[in-house]
Design a binder for this molecule. Sequence first.
Ligand code: ADP
Ligand code: MG
Length: 558
Amino acid sequence: MNACYVQARTREKNPAPLRRTCGSAERMTRQEHETLLSDTERSQGMTALRNNVVAAQALADAVRSTLGPSGLDKMLVDGEGASTVTNDGVTVLETAKVEHPTARMLIAQSSAQDDRAGDGTTSTVLLTAELLQNALDLAEIGIHPAIIESGYRMAAAEAANHLLSISRDASKSMLEDAVLTSLAGKSDEGVRSRLSVLAVEAATGLSDGNDGRSPDESTIKRIHELGRPSEASKLVAGLVLAKQKVSPDMPLHPDGGKVLLLDGGISRRKPNLDASFTIRDPSMLEALQQQEAADVKARVDAIAATGCSVLFARDGLDDMAIAALDSAGITAYRRVEKPDLDLIAMTTGATLIHEPSLASAEDLGLFESLTESKWAEVNHLMLKGSKAHGYTLIVRGTSKVRIEEVERCFTDAVNVACNMVTDSRVVPGGGATQVSLSRHLRAWGATVAGREQLAIEAFAAALETIPMTLATNAGMSALDELISLTATQHEQGDWIGLDLVSKRQADMAEVGVVEPVGVARNAILGATEAAVSVLRIDDVLWASQDPSQPDLGGEVED
Ligand code: ADP
Ligand code: MG
């Protein structure tokens, strides 16, 4: 059951390959056994667990002070001296150069939480480390890891059920509150509330006609506008591109039409060969130009034959092509970047073509309107697709750094909002959920026969690390707050938590500190999985690397 692995201690970036697993050890010869062990440092049983818990705690300590709205920032400095200031747990962890395999497992879990739920990364790491610490305490008094694992799994399943029982269906303003809570500690208050409203609007709009699936936030186009306050950032339904028609005479289509997307351009073809020829007669030049014009016209005719009203081309359209498109009544845009073409394809249902002469009506997409407007001295086109409107966030700010910060913040916000489209239930923040779960698990655990009861109790205690850390980071007394919160919840219900703005206990629904149930659920289940995987390791073999041997990296032997 228990796993063991061999790890090179000296490697910097990538963990060393798995040389041999314990499973294959039976098939090794005695000599191989001796060679293997002479090459390694080994820690087994309790020592292995103790070392792993130390690594997990060290990692948790690196991000502990960032938890919550009063969490402090970390300055990350890379090898070249470039620095980033952040209070985002997962950014700290992913940037840090961490070698210890256990710590890397925890970082992977935190990244998975970020991918799945878009938030709750620091909480996951803190919870995993606490579950491991409490497991170690139980193991020290003789409880077998298999019993602890079983108790932890029972507790996690019960916690997931209890989460649903205390959750509430979110109204629109509660959705905004949940997004706002997820932005705690990021940017400033004005920007946070503006972005929460925009993120919910975008996620709700994108989810229309999406059959309840979580919308894809990458379909939101972003445009930067320097010189205005970030609070004035806005969301526009439709795709906005800083582009103008290749000819002012071409018509706009406010009532919709058909669009063709060309992953290329239209211009006179250059000869393939590096040949030169001399023109002696002006009629030859004329014939050559006529030939070129006919060639360009043939390609434009093929495009016109599809019935399209608008063409977006990734590359250039030369003057001959522009003239031909204009006389065919097609409005054209050139040098449209590939990601923008992909967005247009997504919202209109068009397919990108590479060769105009092969264009067909099936490649066309539909749009509801195409208009242009000018702001910040630049012409912008606005396209509303028929399949999906798409959205554009106009990110404003007084400096480039500020604009980038607002954009990162919006990405986090919209990720949370998009996840809430599939499940809009919320649970209280400010440590209320964890205190409620802990109270419930303690009472329920007492009814479970067997030693698993101790593990359930340890699980309940581990959850309390979240309210305690929130209180500590806000300069409050962790223990006093926890005791008082537990007592108040007993009287007034599960939604009483710590409001870190007023630094008082309050009903979290009233102060708007709520979290998507998916974030809380994923954090608990993910932390349990990570803790259990570390708990199952009872043998760690560190391969000491011979410095005279080159590191050939990555192969797995067996
Ligand atoms: P994570 O990476 O785990 O999301 P954060 O630093 O974002 O960590 O902190 C999230 C925690 O902060 C959650 O437990 C949330 O309930 C809590 N929180 C956010 N805003 C407030 C607030 N105003 N009052 C109390 N707790 C808050
Ligand atoms: Mg967060």
